[in-house]
Design a protein around this ligand. Structure first.
Ligand code: GDP
Length: 676
């Protein structure tokens, strides 16, 4: 569901040490209210009101305590989190419009524009979208680019992501489909993995498949605003049925409001039972076509390559029902699905065009990187002059490596590209420092409640940028009050000596996802330095192993627990002892009815269920011999320090301190977390 965050204008509060503390008020609204907010916004624009002047807060010297009242040191206020304000910007917006959205004075905006070498005199003058972004970034405000729907919308191919449980055949299906792709046909079956490929049907229609199976990549892209997937193919193995990650995939697709087409795979196997899969999916709430719903189901075999044409037809039908259209003309808006560094060609990014046309030679800004498109290659590796909506292309000519999910923006000139990239980098750095500050503040807050929190430094290496990011995001979700998961370095490619050095310097784990086993020299160097290296191909397995390591490392919380219970059967008094032995004492003759008693434990005396005394054990004996622990079923003599109030029939509990470690929880839906 679309959500809109409205930030109430920040209220300034004077904190201790005279710092200004912003108190933002965030309200999340559903899409219904969004429409209301949007229509109001439009009225505001017509209203042409300049933003209200901020009230000046008179500064007083409040550090002096009042003369008569006792001085209580103020608690340090660390809640200085600045709001993550996001405003929508578009080409041709007026300065007044930007002022209303960012809440900054017209004169402030004019000042920033002047610094950028742009003179805008009137508040009614319109500015270019790139300038609007630069100004907003300077103000520390996030932007969301709104692209005009100008130009005719034409039908476009669907973009499809394959999801499902591990080992159900996602990779095999993608391999099989890739063999039927344009690239495979043109390149004699040899295809290059660039993050996406296109399958063309005899009718001339085509389907674009994202080549990174898995849920983490899907949600990581979506989280970054790059919602490129139109349809999800849910792969379920006919011999295994619905499994945790099948359900997880269903919830991901549902959350993203993306329709599903079910591919029941491995139908060639003798144990295949597609009917059972149908019933299972139906009972999980998926409204299958054969049961009166609209979710199509196709029986396939990725290995025997059967049913693939039916799957492609089902996808085309689904796309037709969705009436997918996009603007073809004008500047392109695209998203990166994968990026890698090529030794000879430099940074390469595979992007899928969302609308408009990307043309070779254009200046672009991709995330915080920029460049001029030196060449565009289609999925067959052939140079192409331009790319239209839903078409994946490999972009060459960037100055740095962008990240999966980054947006591709076309700009007018090299200077503009450079400025935008610099601005974005500066903003990213500012945001990063702010997050560290907030993290430290959070940690301070946590420290007040739970004094110990240890750090788990991790280095993440992966085959492609998309998976590195997905693994990093997933690992961060294992953060808890006791262990701070600190991803200190990420990178694409094999584990290098540099990674080993870094891991040694900060005591980090190295996590390798989908990369080849490091050479023996690196493995030996890691072993010598006692560095743990984890290599996995399945993100879920990786998280499970890291989860266990995190739990091991967690300091745990001390908890008092009843280790045993005893009943008082007799009372013995030791009277008239010599001074050296101490005063009179009462001994409780007990039978341990449950658990065990330890001398080091604390004893709790209960009468009719009420606690009458609690204190340390000063003597624990079994058959007149001192004992450290005594098990259930045995009789013992027990003295509680400073307690002489025993009665026959009382119950004594032995309390012990135990360290309780956090729990690694993996849910039915395949998600994981650490619970303290
Ligand atoms: P993923 O983890 O979902 O990507 O699964 P893979 O594509 O790696 O497949 C897991 C295993 O199932 C491999 O050994 C495949 O050869 C096998 N497999 C995949 N699809 C089929 C199929 O249609 N029929 C049979 N018999 N085996 C399959």
């Amino acid at each position: 569901m679309e959500r809109l965050e409205i930030w109430h204008s920040s209220t300034a509060v004077i904190g201790p040490n005279m710092q200004l503390v912003a108190c933002p008020l965030a309200i999340s609204l559903s899409s219904g209210v969004y429409m209301l907010a949007w229509s109001r916004k439009k009225e505001d624009v017509v209203g042409l009101k300049a933003p209200k002047k901020e009230k000046r807060v008179k500064k007083e010297n409040r550090t002096q305590p009042p003369v008569e009242a006792p001085y209580v040191a103020p608690k340090l206020k660390i809640a200085t989190k600045s709001p993550d304000k996001t405003v929508e910007i578009f080409d041709g917006m007026t300065l007044l419009d930007l002022s209303k959205r960012t809440g900054a004075y017209i004169s402030t905006l004019q000042g920033i524009l002047a610094d950028l070498g742009e003179k805008v005199e009137s508040e009614f003058d319109s500015i270019n979208i790139d300038l609007a972004e630069l100004v907003a970034m300077e103000l520390g405000v996030n932007t969301r680019r709104m692209h005009t729907g100008e130009g005719t919308n034409e039908p476009r191919p669907a973009v499809v992501t394959v999801m499902g449980h591990v080992d159900h055949g996602k990779t095999s299906l993608l391999d099989a489909l890739r063999q039927t792709s344009v690239a495979a046909k043109e390149a004699g079956g040899i295809t290059q993995h660039i993050g996406a490929f296109v399958v063309e049907m005899p009718s001339g229609a085509s389907i674009t498949f994202l080549d990174t199976p898995g849920h983490a990549a899907f949600s990581a892209m979506r989280a970054r605003g790059a919602a490129v997937t139109d349809i999800v193919v849910l792969v379920v193995a006919a011999d295994d049925g619905v499994m945790p990650q099948t359900l997880e995939a269903m919830s991901h697709a549902k959350a993203a409001n993306v329709p599903v087409v079910v591919a029941i795979n491995k139908c060639d196997k003798s144990g295949a039972d597609p009917e059972r899969v149908r019933i299972q999916l139906g009972s999980e709430g998926l409204l299958l076509e054969d049961m009166g719903g609209d979710v199509q189901v196709v029986e396939i075999s990725a290995v025997a390559k059967s049913g693939l044409d039916k799957l492609e037809e089902a996808l085309l039908l689904q796309a037709e029902m969705m009436d997918l259209k996009a603007r073809i003309d004008g500047p392109a808006q695209a998203f990166v699905v994968e990026a890698r560094l090529d030794r000879g060609r430099g940074p390469l990014a595979t992007a899928i065009v969302k609308s408009g046309t990307l043309v070779s030679g254009q200046h672009i800004v991709v995330g915080a990187e920029w460049g001029r498109i030196r060449s565009l290659r289609d999925t067959a590796g052939k140079i192409t002059e331009s790319a239209k909506p839903a078409m994946p292309v490999e972009i060459e000519g960037l100055r740095g490596l962008p990240m999966a999910g980054d947006d591709v923006v076309v700009v007018d000139s090299e200077e503009r590209a450079r400025m935008l990239s610099q601005g974005r980098k500066k903003k990213q750095e500012k945001d990063r420092l702010r997050k560290i500050d907030e993290g430290m503040a959070d940690e301070l807050e946590i420290k007040e409640e739970a004094p110990e929190r240890v750090e788990m430094p991790i280095i993440v290496k992966g085959d492609v940028q998309g998976s590195v990011q997905a693994v990093t995001d997933a690992l961060r979700s294992l953060n808890s009050a006791q262990v701070f998961v600190n991803v200190v370095h990420v990178g694409v490619g094999p584990i290098s000596q540099h990674d080993i050095d870094l891991a040694q310097a900060c005591g980090a784990y190295i996590v390798g996802f989908n990369i080849r086993t490091p050479p023996i020299a690196i493995t030996q160097a890691a072993a010598r330095a006692n560095i743990k290296v984890l290599l996995h191909k399945v993100i879920y397995h990786l998280l499970e192993e890291m989860g266990r390591a995190i739990v091991d490392k967690a300091p745990g919380t001390a908890e008092t627990q009843v280790s045993g219970e005893a009943e008082v059967l007799n009372i013995f008094e030791l009277k008239g002892r010599s001074k050296s032995k101490g005063p009179d004492i009462k001994i409780a003759g007990c039978r341990i009815t449950d658990g065990h008693f330890s001398k080091s434990g604390t004893m709790r005396l209960l009468r009719s269920g009420d606690v009458v005394f609690e204190g340390p054990c000063s003597s624990l004996k079994r058959e007149r011999q001192d004992a450290e622990t005594i098990e259930k079923g045995n009789d013992c003599g027990l003295v509680i320090q400073d307690c002489d109030d025993f009665q026959v029939g009382d119950v004594i509990q032995c309390l012990e301190q135990v360290i309780r470690k956090p729990k690694f929880i993996s849910t039915q839906s395949g998600s994981v977390r650490i619970e303290c």
